[in-house]
Design a protein around this ligand. Structure first.
Ligand SMILES: [Zn+2]
Length: 265
């Protein structure tokens, strides 16, 4: 599973996220062409039905293959570039993707609005929830968590007129409690942001996703698809390195620390 946030020629045009998560549009297209070449990604007409039916991430994998197959393209947050740049490229290549949208970001500067959200859904893409406020779900009380899960889902279903059954955790934060409550709220699958190829994850756990960052080139992208050797090790090491200050300073301290670093020129 691949995780994107936005596509920008210049990373300063981004909306709400870290510039490392902004991928150049030309590179995104090249990565998708690579997926098409190996017949790895979901095709557009399949996306709506098949992706909603995902119960366990392992279901669609061909264990005998050299690659993870199939690959799911996902986007988090709802950046404006998703309608301007990502959707035309996906449609051009006839590929489907999941767009995880945060309710309170819709209509904000730099983010998609209601109309764009409807258009993405009508184009055959799957819309999933990314919470109401983007607060980290593991920091919330049960009633607060319940509101994040249900209000975001109801909002997205109202705007798109389609059932919303997929959730991605803001900041990838959450575990057993969040998965259980998401299931009770009607979600069928919960996506995290720990990297992996979902081959060793037990049923009912978070779906692993690899964040595609701006520095990932085509060679590294192909290695990530194969998920072995140095590339997978490097992606995992980076994720754990970011997790260390998170554990040391807590979520709030970690965000302060990360923002302080990232904003440095
Ligand atoms: Zn997010």
């Amino acid at each position: 599973m691949l995780m994107y946030h936005g596509l920008h020629a210049n990373p300063d045009e981004r909306g709400h996220f870290d510039p490392r998560y902004s991928v150049k549009p030309g590179m995104f297209r090249a990565q998708l062409e690579c997926l098409r070449e190996f017949n790895l990604a979901y095709w557009l007409p399949v996306a709506g039905e098949a992706l909603c039916a995902i119960e366990r991430p392992n279901n669609g994998y061909d264990r005998g293959s050299d690659y993870c197959n199939p690959v799911l393209i996902t986007f988090d947050d709802g950046d404006a570039s998703l309608i301007d740049t990502a959707l035309p490229i996906l449609e051009d290549l006839r590929l489907g993707a999941v767009f995880f949208v945060t309710r309170d970001f819709v209509g904000k500067p730099g983010m998609i609005n209601h109309r764009a959200l409807r258009r993405i859904s009508r184009a055959g893409m799957v819309i999933g929830s990314h919470g109401v406020s983007h607060r980290f779900l593991n920091t919330l009380s049960r009633p607060e968590l319940e509101i994040e899960l249900t209000h975001s889902r109801e909002f997205l279903e109202q705007v798109t007129g389609r059932e919303v059954v997929l959730l991605s955790l803001p900041g990838g934060r959450g575990g057993k409690r969040e998965i259980e409550m998401a299931g009770a709220a009607g979600y069928r699958s919960v996506f995290g942001s720990a990297p992996g190829n979902n081959q060793n994850t037990p049923a009912g756990s978070l779906i692993e996703r690899v964040a595609i960052t701006r520095e990932v080139g085509l060679d590294q992208f192909r290695q990530i698809l194969r998920w072995r050797g140095l590339a997978s090790w490097r992606v995992r090491a980076r994720h754990h390195a970011l997790g260390l200050p998170k554990r040391m300073f807590g979520d709030r301290g970690y965000d302060w620390l990360r923002n302080t670093w990232v904003r440095q020129p």
